[in-house]
Ligand binder design. Structure first.
Ligand SMILES: C[S@@+](CC[C@H](N)C(=O)[O-])C[C@H]1O[C@@H](n2cnc3c(N)ncnc32)[C@H](O)[C@@H]1O
Length: 384
């Protein structure tokens, strides 16, 4: 779920930050490298529902996304300024939510849009589709993307057969790769936090044509040292308060209940330290907080990325250079130039395919669009 801002890792005593291992909470089964689909597994379904999907059932949470102007403008521009790509095409909207991207795709001229949404928001999407007069084009399908089959009916084969419409043949009726464009807003905090990328990859591999486009088409994860001393000190104070409160409790437990609980000290201290000082925090960062040119720690080509790519960031070497201008007596608030943490955010692009197959077979995106969730856009984004 995305409600806010960039991720920062606050620096406690010393700067220690490594990009390595898996930073996302991937749902890939690490033994088999498979995406666990629900496949009638009621336990998996209810656990995913409780932990993730339930928030998307509420219009309140959908509204947070719908009122995120930078996000909305990027998707709107990408679709509406590239109408020629959508004209008479088959589009799949993965994780359709309220259905807005599907409605835009239909308005851009798609001849069929499949809008897949797991939660009951699918019912609202149906109403939105109808209210906007595109119900003949947009088919809302409620279900987990990994489980869904497209309702490819006999009369639809005119839409689907072959890379080019002339090759209608019996064999192509078995072909599931009928989709020209997949649109999806799958990104979470620091891109991968939400783990929805797994679902998008699975849908892509099942339904996207060789010449198909992914919207967005590319994604990057960036980091930079940042100066947010006030916030860092607040976090340290919270940690200190949590420990003071624990110590007060220990005293009370002894005095009032006659029980010595101090044996739990180390465990409590470790937990709190982990929570306050060693975990990421979600924060809205201003551009001035960024101390160095950001480093890209991962890029994803959405046409070719794999489930392994969805797991996190591999170990990458990087250097930051931070200038401390001691001669600038006008403006130097030295504390403001201390490294308080590492900021992390992402960007996505809607542009032409850059992989070998795509460069040959896919249409060009004439009007590319860039969406950044970084501090340089004023920290106003709600897509983390
Ligand atoms: C970030 S929201 C985007 C909603 C909408 N597309 C928009 O841009 O406003 C992601 C949506 O995808 C849905 N979703 C996530 N994973 C899914 C999956 N595996 N199958 C179907 N829907 C999924 C969520 O329930 C949520 O409504």
């Amino acid at each position: 779920m995305r409600t806010a801002y960039q991720l920062i890792l606050v620096v406690a005593a010393s700067l220690h930050f490594a990009v390595g291992g898996s930073s996302s909470t991937s749902i890939i089964d690490t033994d088999t490298n498979e995406i666990p689909t629900f496949n009638d597994d009621k336990e998996a379904r209810s656990s995913d529902y409780a932990n993730y999907f339930s928030a998307y059932d509420d219009l309140y949470h959908q509204k947070v996304m719908l009122t995120d102007h930078n996000r909305m403008k990027a998707y709107h521009d990408a679709i509406m300024k590239n109408k020629d790509l959508f004209k008479d095409k088959v589009v799949l909207d993965v994780g359709s939510g309220s259905g807005i991207l599907a409605v835009w795709a239909a308005k851009a001229g798609a001849k069929r849009v499949y809008a897949i949404e797991y939660t009951n928001m699918a019912n609202h999407a149906k109403n939105v589709v109808k209210a906007n007069g595109v119900e003949d084009v947009v088919k809302v399908i409620q279900g987990a993307a990994e489980d869904v089959s497209l309702p490819l009916q006999e009369e639809d084969w005119d839409f689907f057969c072959g890379e080019d419409q002339s090759q209608k043949s019996e064999e192509c009726k078995g072909d599931q790769k009928v989709v020209d464009i997949i649109v999806s807003e799958w990104m979470g905090y620091f891109l991968l936090r939400e783990s929805m990328l797994d679902s998008v990859i699975s849908i892509r591999d099942k339904f996207l044509k060789k010449s198909g486009l992914m919207f967005p088409s590319h994604a990057s994860m960036l980091i930079s040292p940042i100066a947010t001393e006030k916030y860092r000190q607040e976090v340290e104070q919270d940690y200190s308060d949590a420990m003071t409160s624990w110590n007060e409790y220990l005293e009370r437990a002894q005095l009032e209940y006659g029980v010595d609980m101090s044996v739990l000290n180390d465990k409590y201290l470790k937990e709190q330290k982990q929570y306050y000082l060693m975990s990421g925090h979600w924060l809205q960062l201003e551009a001035e907080t960024v101390l160095s040119t950001p480093v890209v720690v991962k890029t994803l080509d959405m046409a070719t990325c794999t489930l392994d790519d969805a797991k996190g960031v591999e170990e990458v070497p990087f250097d930051f250079s931070i200038t401390m201008d001691d001669t600038d007596t006008n403006n130097i608030d030295k504390d403001a130039r201390h490294v308080s943490g590492i900021g992390a955010w992402f960007t996505v692009d809607f542009k032409s395919r850059t992989d070998d197959i795509g460069k040959v077979h896919a249409p060009d995106v004439e009007i590319p669009v860039h969406l950044s969730t970084g501090p340089e856009v004023g920290g106003e984004l709600h897509t983390s």
